[in-house]
Design a protein around this ligand. Structure first.
Ligand code: SIN
Length: 285
């Protein structure tokens, strides 16, 4: 159902906690400031926004992303030929593994984590390959006040090493050849507050994720595991999530500060090919 309060776009929430489809916009056209401001408002309100039936050149894709902030050139993903700012998210019929399979937040291992990511579908399986999103604002709000207070005083270490470092490629190098690379660049570690204030909305957000968070600052990994495990189970509860079904021409833009996402790997033997542009963010507090 259309959400009231927007004049230049049609906003349809996918779930109460996260995600909204935006209709009535041609991203290849001349997007005026008023319409762009409403898209950005919906993005902050819903954490992830989705567009359908778009036809963008790589230049138009990058130009739309750049309206949100500078582009972050990905170190590990295969770039699109001639477009270093665009990363390929690709699974061929012979691949077993997809990219982004578990719940995670892009770039939480960076000192200034990415603001958001914009994924554009070029080829999708006839069914399967959906992406799930989860609101870390809703997850935090649903914790008990005592737990919230404890987490507010904590920080956590995030790392790229175990995900993009050399060990990932040891067992199945053929799975990732031509898709992910540069393991020697996986040296980023960063410590962030466990509860951040969203840089734009000021709202509190739980900022740990199963993909990249290694442990709480000052705690061992073994000590951290039970509490992280509880937070991960809590935050992945279906009531904080939505599910987006892709079509060719769909675009998803998600906020990497306030959401997790996870790409389902349920389409063996099929091709899925997307272009991702990542938008730079700022240090979190
Ligand atoms: C990603 O994690 O960036 C990829 C998400 C997807 O392919 O749906």
């Amino acid at each position: 159902m259309t959400q009231p309060g927007y004049e230049t776009i049609d906003v349809r929430p996918l779930s109460p906690a996260v995600g909204a489809e935006i209709r009535g916009v041609d991203l290849a056209g001349d997007l005026g400031n008023a319409q762009f401001a409403e898209i950005r408002r919906a993005f902050h309100e819903h954490g992830a926004v989705f567009f359908r039936e778009q036809r963008l050149t790589p230049e138009q894709h990058v130009a739309f992303a750049r309206r949100f902030g500078p582009i972050n050139v990905n170190r590990f993903f295969q770039p699109v030929d001639g477009h270093p700012e665009i990363a390929e998210v690709r699974k061929e019929p012979h691949h077993k593994r997809n990219i982004g399979a578990g719940w995670h937040t892009d770039h939480s291992y960076d000192a200034a984590p990415a603001l958001g990511s914009m994924l554009y579908a070029h080829e999708v399986p006839d069914c399967g390959g959906d992406t799930l999103f989860a609101s870390m604002e809703a997850a935090f709000a649903a914790l008990s006040p005592r737990m919230q207070d404890m987490l507010r005083g904590m920080r956590a270490l995030h790392s790229s090493r175990h995900v993009f470092g050399a060990r990932r490629y040891q067992d199945e190098p053929q799975e990732y050849a031509g898709r992910l690379g540069n393991p020697e660049l996986a040296t980023q570690d960063a410590v962030h507050p466990v509860v951040i204030h969203h840089p734009q909305t000021g709202r509190e957000v739980l900022y740990v994720n199963p993909g990249f968070t290694v442990r709480f600052d000052g705690w061992t990994e073994a000590e951290s595991r039970p509490l992280l495990g509880f937070l991960y189970r809590h935050a992945a509860h279906p009531s904080f999530t939505c599910r987006f079904r892709w079509e060719v021409g769909s675009i998803a833009l998600w906020d990497n500060r306030s959401t997790w996402h996870m790409a389902l790997n349920d389409y063996p033997g099929k091709r899925r090919y997307m272009h991702r542009v990542t938008i730079d963010g700022s240090p979190l507090a």
